[in-house]
Write a protein that binds this ligand. Structure first.
Ligand code: E4P
Length: 217
């Protein structure tokens, strides 16, 4: 499973990129709104300078015709842009039209395996089931990830399952075990994947013993 970073903050992207574990970035209008008025294009181009991988930029228009025009514009910003389109009737038509033109689409706001199947049949490159938002309404978000992975696998569909709306480290483990191709991780969750109290205690104990052994002062 690959890891993307779920943010529109260039500082967060730079901080995470130094570890070499992030192979893409996902953004959305809510994440951009936290960025103090920076233009979407400028931010995507800044991110593209740091991460050489898929960068999702989200469409905000509502008809299929508008979505296709907007998707072409977003895709023209950089070769690594993947256009995010929400799944509904207009979205499904736009996914099909964009994919036919060679524009890579990340279908967002997926909450069921049937939505993922339709998106895949329409040519989506990624489907993004939203785990945390399903958990928020007392449904098991990860079960939808599992079902999406099974649907793609059983039917040999090339669409990749991108676990989104990740809230904590357990979601990442579960997404990996469910066979998700990608998990997009918020910047605060990434360091949590690294930390373990026994690692910290172990490092301190080895340092103390190294001092006793005269290896370090
Ligand atoms: C990423 O593609 C999604 O837009 C994002 O993961 C949604 O996360 P949220 O449910 O925490 O807003």
């Amino acid at each position: 499973m690959r890891l993307f970073l779920d943010t529109a903050s260039i500082d967060d992207v730079r901080a995470a990129a130094r570890f070499g574990v992030i192979s893409g970035v996902t953004t959305n209008p809510s994440l951009l709104a936290k960025e103090g008025g920076v233009s979407y294009k400028q931010r995507i181009l800044e991110i593209a300078e740091v991460v050489d991988g898929p960068i999702s930029a989200e469409c905000v228009t509502r008809t299929a015709d508008e979505l296709v025009v907007e998707a072409r514009e977003l895709a023209s910003w950089h070769r690594n842009v993947v256009v995010k389109i929400p799944i509904d009737e207009a979205g499904l038509e736009a996914i099909h039209r964009c994919s036919s033109e060679g524009i890579r689409v990340n279908v967002t706001l997926i909450f069921s395996a049937n939505q993922a199947l339709l998106a895949a049949l329409a040519g989506a490159t990624y489907v993004s089931p939203f785990v945390g938002r399903l958990d928020d309404i007392s449904e098991e978000g990860m079960e939808v990830v599992r079902q999406c992975v099974d649907v793609m696998t059983i039917h040999g569909l090339p669409t990749q399952v991108l676990a989104a709306s990740i809230r904590h480290p357990l979601h990442v483990t579960q997404a990996a075990l469910a066979g998700a191709h990608v998990a997009t991780v918020p910047p605060n969750v990434l360091p949590q994947l690294l930390k373990h109290p026994l690692t910290d205690i172990g490092i301190q104990r080895f340092l103390d013993d190294a001092r006793k052994a005269g290896l370090v002062r």
